[in-house]
Design a protein around this ligand. Sequence first.
Ligand SMILES: [Zn+2]
Length: 519
Amino acid sequence: MLEKNRNQVSRRSFLKGGVALLTAPLWSSGSVLGLNSAFGFTEETKDMLEQALSDEELKKLLETALSRGGDFAEIYLQHLIRTEIQLDEDKIKSFNYGIIQGGGIRVISGDKTGYAFSDDLSFPMLKEAADVASFIASSGSIQKPANLSVQKIKPYFVLNSPVALASESKKIDLLKRANQAARDYDKRIAQVRVDYMDEAKKIMIVNSEGLKTKDEQYITRLAAYPLAVEGSKRFEGYATLGGRVDFDYYEKNPPETAGKKGARQATVMLGAEDAPAGLNPVVVAAGWGGVLIHEAFGHSLEGDVIRKKTSLMADKLGTKVASEVVNVADDATIPYGRGSFNIDDEGTPGQRKVLVKDGILQEYMYDLLNAQLMKTKSTGNGRRTSYREYPIPRMTNIFIDQGKTDPQDIIKSVKEGVYAKEMGGGSVDTTSGNFNFLIREAYLIEDGKITRPIKGAVLIGNGPEAIQKIEMVGNDLYVCQTTGTCGKDGQWVYAGVGQPTIKFSEITIGGTAFKPTVI
Ligand SMILES: [Zn+2]
């Protein structure tokens, strides 16, 4: 299952297929009938963060934050409009929308962080938050914040008509069309659920070093879950669309494609045989299979675990950490990417980082605090769920980079093995690197050909060992922009994953009898 109960995963890193709900202080729901205007930035809300506080007030907030000492202070302001629609049993079951806005004030003193937030963007409330945050630094010399200088960002990609700004009737139509296409696909499709979400977010970041910057970030996602039933057999298919895209994306990628794709998976898997257990060569298809590199490797390169030396990858720069055909990058600049942004949640520009080149570890991923303590620079990986949390180092879009081999030749090279067309959910122990992942849609490979579907196949292994066993990398890189929400320390952020077709020389497959720890 890709949709999981996020309460069960508190401090463990985990990338899930579903949408993570934000804690919404101003959440409200409405009936579909009552809504007839587009939600988005209106003329009144367009510049609301800029207009909320004057430069003088911003400076006063920073002075208050540093009034008891501290090395650094920061103001993070957010205005977010979110829409969620669910269709089930041929009906629109829920339509939720909400505005989530507020500001957080952070003070850093050495390795200590003081943080306080207000759900209100007014100066008196934020001043109170700044005062509370200042208590972290009760001694030491008092610094004056630098004069503010506006830093304009150069966008990596421009949206002209973000999906979030479309009318709700257009959005509802997307769900209905996906539902109908799934039902029309095969008479064994007994039920269909379709989930939709979009967000329009504005952020502004001001800090004591004089930085003042802002960004607009949009995202949308549509997920179809058609259920196929035949006698006592049932299988729920799954397919997604979306990204940080304009509305015309859904013209080029009509919602029917998600309905049909999910229905195809559900009906194919009805005929699946039990998975064989044991050690097998495994080929993982391009795209979402990158969830493995995110979970079993990426988290171990994040700056906090590197600084604290709780990662297996601490002090390993320049050493061989993967097989020589493996290159790994984390790239916040990919157009329309789920984990893409112009600036991170500390105002550092999004960047492309080569983490592994020809199997050799090149770089870690840093936020400002951990970079400062490690005497290096932020790599633009400081991210947070909302103004209620302070930023921590996180991946953006992580992927195994393009290889040279034709994917057909990779399949042909396997006499007997398993083809993972689509990975499902799983769990990883980030200290040991041990993982298990369900393969949602799997097939046998027999004599170099993909043959029969198998069900219940689970990949069991250890991240650092598995990455050494990648022996072929395809030339069909695909970075998934429609799915992936990463949880860490109770904070959820959108993250992209990707890879070309890859082959592991061997991985243990837990067959149908194996009960995976799915979180
Ligand atoms: Zn994660």
